[in-house]
Design a protein around this ligand. Structure first.
Ligand code: ZN
Length: 272
């Protein structure tokens, strides 16, 4: 069971392992940042934030668009060379990347697509019926207006709660792009996604790759650390483990460069 407490006027939750629900864990001090305690599960070995700030704080104080600027400045100050290289590499990869709509056509073909943590992006609406879940009230209202014009809608709220408001087997595709690392209850949202996914549908997941060479090499300066926004740090084994518990299997989209990639890109589909 989760336990609520108050820490410097921020309401936080002390939680068990988000993958296997084991309460016992060991602090990893070198990856923690006071008051945020990063810990390793004593059972499945998943590394996660033990005391996340809770959905309310995420919505009001730690929403990505608000913390991006302070994170940028902090990392530039702490590690200017490593950070500038990281930004340059991401830009180079982005330059050769396919457009969002091209990727969605390849993964989902057509139909109803649900984007969890959708923000207000809309470059892919023309070929699909767009649906969304968004924890920022302001962005959810904008997304709902834009999605309604294309036959869909957006629900305001945390993904693990809002996903249960959609009918079963409604979606050809579900998108979790840089979302699952923020979600306090990732197994609940994956079970919900499995329920709303059609039998031939697929879930796209992109999360920071905790097993990457650069995380091992540069430690707490690694770009995947963000306190307290990132609450789950997935390795490939972690992703397979949590997917299996939601009756899903994982197909890796970046298998060859995975060890050197700061992100895991994968499609999750129903187990037969
Ligand atoms: Zn565990």
């Amino acid at each position: 069971m989760c336990r609520d407490t108050t820490q410097e006027n921020i309401r936080v939750t002390v939680r068990p392992c988000p993958i296997c629900d084991t309460q016992a864990s060991t602090p990893v001090d070198r990856y923690s940042r006071d008051p945020w305690s990063v810990e390793r599960c004593d059972d499945c070995r998943h590394v996660y934030l033990k005391n996340p700030p809770g959905y309310g704080a995420l919505e009001e104080n730690f929403a990505w668009q608000k913390t991006f600027r302070s994170e940028h400045e902090r990392r530039l100050k702490e590690s200017p060379i490593a950070y500038r290289l990281d930004v340059a590499t991401r830009f180079r990869h982005a330059w050769f990347r396919k457009s969002t709509v091209e990727k969605y056509r390849a993964w989902f073909r057509s139909g109803n697509i649900l984007s969890i943590g959708c923000g207000n992006t809309r470059g892919w609406f023309q070929d699909f019926t767009p649906y969304g879940i968004e924890i920022s009230k302001e962005l959810a209202a904008k997304a709902d207006s834009n999605m309604s014009a294309h036959g869909g809608y957006c629900i305001f709220g945390p993904g693990a709660k809002a996903i249960w408001k959609f009918p079963a087997k409604q979606f050809d595709g579900v998108v979790m792009n840089s979302y699952l690392e923020h979600e306090e209850a990732p197994l609940t949202v994956l079970k919900g996604a499995s329920r709303v996914l059609k039998s031939e549908g697929a879930i796209y997941v992109r999360v920071p790759n905790f097993g990457s060479v650069s995380r091992r090499a540069i430690g707490r300066k690694w770009c995947g650390f963000r306190w307290p926004d990132h609450v789950n740090y997935f390795t490939m084994a972690d992703l397979r483990n949590i997917a299996a518990r939601a009756n899903l299997k994982v197909r890796l989209l970046n298998p060859l460069r995975l060890p050197f990639d700061d992100n895991i890109n994968a499609l999750l589909t129903h187990k037969i």
